[in-house]
Design a binder for this molecule. Structure first.
Ligand SMILES: C[S@@+](CC[C@H](N)C(=O)[O-])C[C@H]1O[C@@H](n2cnc3c(N)ncnc32)[C@H](O)[C@@H]1O
Length: 449
């Protein structure tokens, strides 16, 4: 009899070893059936309960009764086993609108003024802050409520305006200094990794229309020309309009879907943007993550009609680069950036930093910015470059900006800018740069004869 019991136990143990999930399920089921009785007795919370004796005592067969009255009603119940939580889901309730959101709807100008007060922009550029508040009021008047709510969603407008204020101020200065006699002298601004496009939106309102022809928002999350945006694309209603409504931007805004890590797509920018316009370009790269900053530097180096570059790097390149290469090599002068000096572990996940403490990265971040600045070709004195700290974030160290200017610009030649002739190996998306898909030919769809 005893050996049969032992054998059954051994078999059960072996089966649990093979199917641990079944064991967990069985345990859960038995707990559900037996309820609290199956759980371990908890120490009494009663104030009247006898104090535990110092001498070892025998474990009582029944746990002492719990004094329910002793538990304060406000004491939060800590769930021991989350899996056991049988409580029904909370009833659905309409989300209350954020107070800031309501204020932004009531009086956008006063709201933005209030939000910006105490931030770097109000301290360093008070006049710009006031002008931007007036611009926000104009948007609120001119946009449907749904679009305006998207613009102010999650406090992005305030944060991005504050952090790009030095870039807006500097770009206004650059444009002011331009001498324009006709359309062909007008500047084109390229906002790399534009995201929603706040920087471009403010620039469109603040820059003189007679000096800037267009602002191009480049991001991989836009939908391509001629397609309907899907849920994973960025909504472009504020740029291109929707349902018969369109906001009249003083300076034309246009979106371009480009993956800056795809060599062929960068080349397409040279073919369809830089080489088509003789006027000066201003390239802005704000909050560029990792190696995207290198892409911005390379763009400035190769396209000889880019007059100004402003770069504000964001996070460092991923540590996995150190397993692949020893150096990033940038520029015709082949500046070497040792990957071990600039790559870091950790990344942002849903606005939360997951990785080593961020202050550890300060030195690496400084080295990264220094290297990026030195990666800019100086074209025998034709280019000046400067790395500058401007405190836009009080609690973080990411306050470094790279400003680079080309004294004399000249026409961008595709072969020089790209190092190759087209068609490109992966340049298959006709219409990305030319909505008609006609005549602009490196990647025009082949139509069967
Ligand atoms: C940190 S946000 C910067 C947005 C905006 N410039 C700002 O100042 O807040 C990064 C943006 O880069 C875009 N992005 C990331 N990788 C990219 C890539 N390989 N090519 C183009 N855009 C990219 C993302 O879609 C996102 O909109």
């Amino acid at each position: 009899m005893r050996s049969r019991v032992c054998k059954a136990r051994a078999e059960a143990r072996f089966s649990n070893y093979l199917f641990p999930a079944r064991l967990t399920l069985r345990r859960r089921l038995s707990r559900r059936v037996m309820g609290n009785a199956a759980r371990k007795p908890k120490p009494s919370t009663s104030v009247d309960a006898p104090a535990p004796a110092s001498a070892p005592t025998r474990t009582p067969t029944r746990p002492p009764a719990r004094d329910v009255s002793a538990a304060a009603p406000s004491t939060p119940r800590v769930s021991v086993d989350d899996d056991d939580d049988d409580t029904p889901p909370a009833p659905w309730r309409e989300k209350k609108q954020d107070v800031a959101e309501l204020e932004a709807i009531a009086d956008a100008e006063a709201w933005l003024h209030r939000e910006l007060s105490g931030m770097a922009i109000s301290r360093d550029y008070p006049e710009l802050a006031s002008r931007c508040a007036a611009v926000a009021a104009k948007w609120k008047r001119g946009m449907p409520k749904s679009v305006w709510l998207r613009v102010i969603k999650g406090g992005r407008l305030v944060k991005e305006l504050n952090e790009s204020a030095p870039v807006i101020a500097r770009t206004m200065k650059y444009v002011d200094a331009l001498r324009v006699s006709g359309r062909e002298d007008k500047a084109v601004i390229v906002d790399l990794c534009s995201g929603f496009g706040y920087l471009a939106m403010f620039l469109s309102e603040l820059l003189p229309e007679d000096k800037v022809d267009e602002i191009v928002l480049v991001d991989k999350m836009w939908a391509a020309f001629g397609t309907t945006p899907m849920s994973h694309h960025m909504n472009w209603a504020h740029v291109r309009g929707e349902d018969g409504w369109k906001y009249e931007w003083p300076i034309k805004l246009s979106t371009r879907k480009v993956d800056l890590k795809d060599y062929a797509q960068i080349n397409q920018m040279a073919v369809h943007l830089f080489s088509r316009w003789n006027g000066p370009f201003i390239v802005l790269g704000i909050h560029l993550c990792g190696t995207l900053s290198i892409k911005a530097v390379e763009m400035f180096n190769r396209c000889s009609n880019v007059k100004h570059l402003i770069l504000k790097p964001c996070c460092l390149p991923d540590f996995s680069w150190t397993y692949k290469i020893e150096h990033f090599e940038v520029g015709s002068h082949k500046h070497k950036i040792p990957t071990k000096d600039v790559c870091s572990k950790g990344k942002w996940k849903r606005n939360k930093w997951v990785g080593p403490p961020r202050h550890h990265l300060k030195l690496k971040f400084e080295a990264w910015n220094d290297h990026l600045c030195r990666s800019i070709d100086d074209e025998d004195g034709n280019i000046t470059k400067k790395l500058q700290e401007i405190r836009v974030q009080e609690r973080h160290f990411q306050n470094l900006f790279i400003f680079s200017d080309r004294e004399r610009t000249r026409k961008c030649i595709v072969r020089e800018a790209t190092g190759c002739t087209f068609p490109t190996p992966s340049g298959t998306e006709a219409g990305r740069w030319a909505p008609t898909g006609s005549g602009f030919g490196t990647h025009v769809r082949r139509v069967a004869a």
